[in-house]
Ligand binder design. Structure first.
Ligand SMILES: Cc1cc2nc3c(=O)[nH]c(=O)nc-3n(C[C@H](O)[C@H](O)[C@H](O)COP(=O)(O)OP(=O)(O)OC[C@H]3O[C@@H](n4cnc5c(N)ncnc54)[C@H](O)[C@@H]3O)c2cc1C
Length: 428
């Protein structure tokens, strides 16, 4: 059977490696770190799994993914269908349209019948008494979708990694797994590593997430965006009260999850679209490119100072009794944004058998159970043309964060201009 080298073992890489191994390919996979890599956008307690999308291809894929989250034996126990409350300010017309279309798409697929439209503080407290003291305006509409929830992100990467090993995928990590570039030699493409070694295979699949651009020229199609999260830890008594809350997604103020049962930690994701980090392009002279820089190497990359007050305001609005908690482990996580939020899953021009699967645009995690199937279909030239068209390599495209209604953009600073919050323990 043909051999495939998978470069990058995050969501797209592990999902594809499992699918390839199940189909009998001889698979080697490399990464800088063993999964869950601290560089992976999905090395985290939890991520939202929802099926509301404006574009039908993702609606269909997300419905399929949710069914797999419920049934895939490799991922059992890692999906918590806690539901999601969605609150959007009236003035955010673009975001409202996005949500409305998302629900219409679901209904067209015979799903979403349990989505409820509700209004005001009392209605929220009635369906979720933990939010008895919430400060939602009386006129404020919100939606509750019980058919969505969270995936335990880092544990699900661990689970697929384990499964891939059982299926015979060979892994290499460290310098020897650190992708440094492609090289053509004797009509073959080689992946060069930071250790100076190289690998080749019948097909090469590159899935380095936000960092893909650092070693392969994506021709301006992707831009790394840093998003911020921080955490609070509940007392055992608070945990007992809040363990069964849904995800609260306030598209203006940020969102938070139920506490993690192992650690009692609540993850809070902070509002806005994040930041870019423009550096000299490794591919084109005099051009700039946004590339990630990770907290493993830059421990002071926490969150902007203003996020501290925003985190407190979010908690005060929905569960004021938790707002006294001090945040910790604030960090910037990186996604690979594209101009239209479509993934890029295609052959890399100029190389015979090299593919990329990247451009996650901050919404790729939920597809962990099924994105591999679509990536492998593209490699085998059997992908549905509608999907292939949406994910095709575009000659030149650009990314404008302020044009993305669905993310409710407020500002989009460069990394160099951020005034970082200093975690109290870091001051010592
Ligand atoms: C704050 C935040 C919140 C999010 N929330 C959600 C959500 O609620 N729902 C959802 O569906 N999605 C969410 N996402 C997006 C989701 O996490 C990503 O879409 C997904 O992780 C992308 O998968 P990937 O495989 O492309 O990249 P990643 O998962 O980031 O994996 C990339 C891998 O490549 C490796 N790598 C990088 N450079 C190299 C190199 N040079 N050599 C070798 N290996 C390398 C890394 O170590 C890593 O393992 C969120 C992302 C962030 C940052």
């Amino acid at each position: 059977m043909a051999s495939v080298l998978v470069v990058g073992c995050g969501v797209f890489g592990l999902s594809a490696a499992r699918e390839l191994a199940l189909k009998g390919y001889c698979v080697r996979a490399i990464d800088v770190y063993e999964p869950p890599s601290p560089w992976s956008a999905a090395n985290d307690f939890n991520k939202i799994i929802r099926a509301e999308y404006t574009d039908m291809i993702y609606s269909k894929m997300a419905v399929e993914a949710i069914n797999l989250w419920r049934t895939d034996p490799d991922l059992l126990g890692l999906y918590n269908e806690c539901g999601r409350v969605l609150i959007t300010p009236r003035e955010h017309a673009g975001r409202k349209k996005f949500e409305e279309q998302g629900i219409q798409n679901l209904r067209a697929l015979g799903e979403g019948q349990r989505v409820e439209y509700l209004r005001g503080s009392r209605a929220l407290a009635e369906i979720h008494p933990q939010f008895l003291h919430n400060r939602l305006g009386d006129e404020h509409e919100f939606k509750f979708n019980p058919d969505s929830g969270l995936g335990h992100a880092s544990n699900s990467l661990r689970a697929l990694y384990r499964r891939c090993r059982e299926l015979g995928v060979e892994f290499t990590f460290g310098e020897e797994g650190y992708f440094a570039g492609l090289q053509e030699q004797h009509d073959k493409t080689y992946v060069k590593t930071a250790a100076g070694t190289s690998y080749t295979a019948d097909q090469i699949l590159i899935c380095c997430g936000a960092n893909t651009d650092s070693a392969v020229d994506l021709n301006g199609q992707q831009s790394a965006t840093g998003l911020y999260v921080a955490h609070i830890r509940l007392t055992p008594e608070e945990f007992a009260r809040y363990r069964d809350i849904p995800i609260i997604f306030d598209s203006d103020m940020g969102y938070f999850f139920p506490p993690d049962p192992e650690t009692r930690i609540i993850k809070v994701a902070l509002p806005g679209t994040g930041a870019s980090r423009l550096v000299a392009s490794p591919h084109e002279k005099d051009k700039k490119l946004s590339l990630p820089r990770y907290k493993t190497e830059n421990p002071r990359d926490t969150m902007p100072k203003h996020c501290y007050g925003e985190l407190k305001a979010l908690l005060s609005k929905y569960c004021p009794e938790l707002a006294y908690h001090e945040p910790f482990n604030a960090k910037t996580c990186w996604v690979g944004d594209t101009g239209d939020s479509h993934f890029i899953i295609d052959r890399v021009p100029g190389h015979k058998n090299v593919f990329v699967a990247t451009g996650d645009s901050g919404h790729g995690y939920k597809f962990l159970p099924n994105i591999g199937k679509y990536i492998v279909a593209r490699m085998e030239d059997t992908l549905d043309p509608e999907y292939a068209e949406s994910w095709k390599w575009r000659a030149r495209s650009s990314f404008d964060p302020l044009a993305m209604d669905w993310r409710v953009a407020k500002e989009f600073p460069d990394f160099g201009d951020i005034d970082w919050w200093v975690e109290p323990k870091m001051k010592l």
